[in-house]
Design a protein around this ligand. Sequence first.
Ligand code: PHE
Length: 383
Amino acid sequence: MFRFAARAATLALSVCWCVSSSASAAVMLAEDTILIGEYGSMTGSEATFGQSTHNGIMLAVEEQNATGGVKGKKIAVQTYDTAGQTQQAGTVVTRLVTADKVVAVLGEVASSLSLAGGAVCQQYGVPMISPSSTNPRVTLTGDMIFRVCFIDTFQAAVCAKFAKENLKATKVAILFDQAQAYSKGLKDDFKKSFTKLGGQITTEQAYTGGDQSFNAQLGNIRDTKPDVVFIPGYYTDAGNIAIQARKLGLTVPLLGGDGWDSAKLVEIAGKDIEGCYFSNHYAPDEDRPEVKEFVKKYHEKYGQVPDALAALGYESAKLLFDAIGRAGTLKGKDIAKAIAETKGFKGVTGTITIDKDRNAKKPAVIVQVRNGKPTFVTALLPD
Ligand code: PHE
C-alpha cells in the first residue's frame, strides 16, 4: 500500500493524502498534462523532510499552472512515500517510471534514498533532480541524475572553517550515523577539512539512526574534552543526542549540518539545543528579496515558515519546469540535456548553474538556534 497525492487531469493541486493499492491513476491523465514523479519521506523519523519538500514542490506547481503550465500543458505530480526507507525508495521510483510513466522525478532528500532511487532513474533513462541530497556520490550515478544544492565536500569545509575560526575550536569530537551515506560522507569530509586547518579530531563515535541511547558514545566523547561536538545526522537523532549530552554534563556547543533542519529539532530538544549551530542552504530570516518573497508566499499558503527543504523543493520544481520548457521533446534524454544546460537560474537559495558533475555551486549559511529559532549567523561562498 502506498500513499500518494490524489490528482485528476485538471486538479493537479489537490494535495489530499489518499491510500491506494493500484498505480492506475495515470490513466486518468488528460492529453494536455505532463506528469512528474516525486518520492519523499512523508512519514517516519525524517517525515518533515518529505512534507516540507512536497509543500515547496506543490507551491511551484500551482504557480506554474496558474501561468499556463509548460509547453501549453498543465503539470501534475504523482507522489509516493518512502517512509525514510532505502528499499522503499527503490520500489516507489520503479513504480513511478514503469507504471506511472512520469517524464522526470523529483526527490529524495536523504542521500542514501537518492542513491537507491537514482539507480532506477538512470537505468530507465528518466531524469531525476534531488532537491537536497548533498552526498557527492548521488549525481555520480549517471548522466540522468542532477541536484540543485551544494555537496558535502563544500558543506564540510564550511562547518570546519566555522568551528575553527568562529567557535575557536581546536579539538572536535564527532558522533555520526553509520547507516546513512550522508552522515558518513559529511563526517569524512569534515575530518579532512578540520585537520587541514590544524584542528584535531579527538574521537569518532558511531550510532545507527533510531537508536534510543547515546550514553556510551557521549561518555567517550566527554572524556576527550572536546571544544565542540560535530553531529552530522538527521534531526530526530540530533535532538535526542542533545538531550542526553546535556544530562551527561557535556555542555560544549553542538554543531550539525543541513540534516538538523526541521522544526522538530527544537520540539524534541528544547533548551538543550539552544545556542547550537548548523550549516544550511538558506535561512528564512536572510535579508535577500528572493527569500522574503518566498517566505511570504509560502506562509500565506501553508501558515508556516519554510525550512530549507521547502525552499529547495520549490526551486527543484521550478528549475525542472524551466528545463522542460526548453527541451526539444518530453523524452528523458532531451529533458536531461536541458537540465544540464541550465545557467544562472535564479532560485531562492541562490543562483543555479548546473556543472559538469550535474551539481549546483551555491553559498551555505550557518544558523544558530536562538530562542528556539534557527537564526542567520553568517553566509559562506564557494571558491
Ligand atoms: N543533505 C541531506 C542528505 O543528503 C538532506 C537534507 C537536506 C536534510 C537539507 C535537511 C536539509 O541526506
